[in-house]
Ligand binder design. Structure first.
Ligand code: SF4
Length: 180
């Protein structure tokens, strides 16, 4: 196995379920964690800049201009990019938003008057401008691998991580939409 693989993890328009699926590696985590240098992840509070990475796992699709910017930066700085989970690979459940216009979505989410919200739409400084649709990561940048599934099967996560640590091609199925 490689001594250390610099690994980045990011959540875009997703629910964190793909990240949680990593914990389902259970005791296999003990084998792989010593070989991973996790340099960017949602749980690393001070990770501001996208660093140079060997492998970057992207959870979630692209929903706004900031997501799009991040995906391009990750592509530039990573040797291997993996679209991770059905939201990243296909758009997933957030892709249902594509049935409506961005303006309709913003109005529904932010335009409702509640006890602590007077129904004003946020400025672009507060909420990045939405893209016209939710876009799968591979439609924005080239990726080396896709790991579909909602959430991805732990066996697929393990197959990808272990193979990359061992410097060989992961054996991933060509097509998976849902678990079992
Ligand atoms: Fe959540 Fe499923 Fe999307 Fe992963 S693929 S972010 S588990 S909805």
């Amino acid at each position: 196995m490689a001594d250390k693989v610099r690994l980045g993890l990011i959540q875009l328009c997703g629910c964190s379920g793909c990240h949680i699926s990593l914990l389902d590696l259970h005791e296999q985590l003990l084998d792989v964690l010593p070989h991973l240098d996790i340099v960017y992840a949602p749980i690393i509070a001070d990770a501001k800049e996208i660093p140079e990475c060997d492998v970057f796992l992207i959870e979630g699709g692209v929903r706004n201009e900031h997501d799009e910017h991040l995906v391009h930066e990750i592509r530039e700085k990573s040797k291997v990019v993996i679209a991770w989970g059905s939201c990243a690979v296909y758009g997933g459940i957030p892709g249902l938003g594509n049935l409506y216009s961005s303006e309709q979505l913003k109005e529904t989410v932010y335009g409702t008057v509640t006890t602590d919200n007077i129904g004003e739409l946020p400025s672009d400084e507060i909420v990045p401008p939405l893209t016209d649709s939710v876009m799968p990561v591979p439609s924005i940048v080239d990726v080396e691998y896709v790991i579909p599934g909602c959430a991805p099967k732990p066996a697929l996560n393990a197959a990808a991580i272990v193979a990359l640590l061992e410097g060989r091609e992961p054996e991933l199925p060509k097509k998976i939409v849902c678990d079992e």
